[in-house]
Design a protein around this ligand. Structure first.
Ligand code: F6P
Ligand code: MG
Length: 474
């Protein structure tokens, strides 16, 4: 149909929208306040401190308005072209209050509003209020990072090994299928760890989610798995000898998730399943942990000198004394750095920001709102959308029946669009589509599934996932 179902709204007390507005967002804004406070205390420039206090006041006011269900006020013009769009939509919603507003709009507005405080300053313009959190959780995912780094260096060596390369084409494709699946699953579960959910998960929970043991256990939690169809596309393009085979990843979170995205990207390039990979980061601090270009740089510099990174005086939040890395660990991490920076330098791994990703628009609006980006994505063999928010934007964050086909729910990104879409998403919100008949009911009936109060609670925690594909070129 030409219109999506109505969107989830913060007024719906059985939805995660309501709980987000009531419980999660105040915690997130408080976290930002604490961060600025720390930065002000550590700052010895008077003018900067003064401005920092103004930002702090802005954040406190925002938190007050949210908690007292005030109206969302128009965004102050910070010189960026997306402000007009935000304010136009706000007007179209007739100046809603925090607890009666579409979820997607209000959550995007929250982060965009925070960004204006910094953009309007002179000393804090490039300050990322979530950076401290991103770095310290990346540090705490060290066991999984080391496990994957060892695996990656063995894998790259294997791909260059004669025995591997001289297999029959059939065996080679079989091996490629297995590896592709495994890499995508790593990449999928890497998304279970976004920081906007940290308000309900501990560091220990997160570490448990990241290792290979955990992934094996979680396989049965993938409710729909279209990976084979996506894989087929890449294998076919390679078999046909197409010389330019581009793949895109619309990134989600920094730290561990970005790390696993790069593992996937590096694998696909090394295996010749793609010849170029374009990464799409955000342009402003977004949903706490989303990737900014600076996060990419920070990750690379951590890998370039891992011993220093892991032995730097520890963040008081985690409190653990640093443990030196073994020589082998250092080598593995350094190999990743070398491999990825070579790919980057050779133009095979490209970072391409676009302000559209931090607008409040769902991807249903992309053809009209950002036709150039839409056209650009059509050039790709496959566009991988990572994470929950991308999935909400693909499906317009709408109250679809859970049996609605994915291709219907993504509207203009669907069949005939020219864009091939693969969503790798752990469920952290109410919208879920393409489930088999009866599946939602089965999950709701499980303990904590939400059946008792009519909510879809099972879909909020990141425990369940969907991998959904639509061949828009078909
Ligand atoms: O549903 C919880 C939530 O924080 C949403 O606000 C948001 O859609 C999502 O999770 C962020 O998760 P991700 O990083 O996977 O997009
Ligand atoms: Mg995110």
């Amino acid at each position: 149909s030409a219109e999506p179902a109505p969107p989830y709204a913060t007024s719906d007390k059985t939805s995660f929208a309501y709980i987000s507005a009531k419980d999660r967002w105040p915690i997130i804004v408080t976290g930002a306040i604490d961060d600025i406070h720390r930065a002000i205390v550590a700052c010895d420039d008077d003018a900067k401190r003064k401005e920092g206090k103004m930002i702090l006041e802005g954040l406190a006011k925002l938190k007050y308005e949210l908690q007292h269900d005030r109206q969302l006020t128009p965004l102050e013009d910070d010189g960026q072209p997306d402000i007009a769009g935000y304010n136009k939509q706000l007007e179209a919603l007739s100046n809603p209050k925090w607890f009666s507003v579409p979820w997607l709009y209000s959550e995007c507005y929250l982060y965009r509003r925070i960004a204006t405080f910094f953009a309007l300053s002179t000393h804090w313009r490039t300050y990322d209020v979530f950076s401290r959190q991103k770095l310290s959780t990346f540090k705490s995912s060290r066991p999984a990072v080391l496990e994957l780094a060892a695996k990656y260096s063995a894998l790259i060596a294997q791909l260059e090994n004669d025995a591997y390369l001289t297999q029959s084409p059939e065996d080679l494709e079989k091996a490629e299928r297995i590896l592709f699946t495994e890499m995508c699953e790593i990449c999928l579960w890497g998304n279970a760890t976004d920081l906007s959910l940290l308000t309900s998960l501990t560091y220990e929970d997160i570490q448990k989610l990241q290792g290979s043991e955990a992934r094996k256990k979680a396989e049965k939690n993938v409710l729909v798995n279209d990976l084979p169809a996506a894989d087929e596309v890449l294998i076919k393009a390679k078999r046909e000898g197409k010389s330019d085979r581009r793949l895109d990843i619309v990134l989600d979170n920094a730290g561990f998730e970005l790390f696993v995205d790069l593992v996937l990207a590096g694998y696909l390039l090394a295996a010749g399943l793609a010849t170029q990979i374009i990464l799409h980061p955000k342009s402003i601090p977004w949903f706490v942990s989303d990737v900014l270009p600076a996060d990419f740089a920070a990750l690379m510099s951590a890998l370039a000198d891992p011993q220093t990174f892991y032995s730097a005086p520890d963040d008081p939040d985690t409190g653990k004394p640093p443990q030196p890395l073994s020589e082998k660990m250092e080598e593995d991490l350094y190999l990743l750095f070398r491999h990825w920076s070579e790919l980057h330098a050779e133009g095979q791994l490209i970072i391409r920001p676009n302000v559209f990703w931090t607008s409040a628009d769902s991807y249903w609006q992309m053809p009209k709102a950002e036709p150039r980006l839409y056209g650009d994505l059509k050039e790709s063999e496959l566009v991988i959308f990572k994470g929950d928010l991308n999935y909400r934007k693909l499906t317009a964050d709408a109250m679809w029946e859970t049996t609605t086909p994915f291709t219907t729910a993504i509207g203009p990104m669907g069949v005939g669009s020219g864009v091939r879409t693969l969503a790798l998403r752990t469920c952290k919100a109410d919208t879920v589509v393409s489930l088999p008949e009866g599946e939602d009911e089965r999950l709701k009936a499980m303990e904590g599934g939400g059946g008792e109060d009519g909510s879809r609670k099972w879909a909020w925690s990141g425990k369940w996932a969907v991998v959904q594909f639509c061949d828009g070129k078909a």
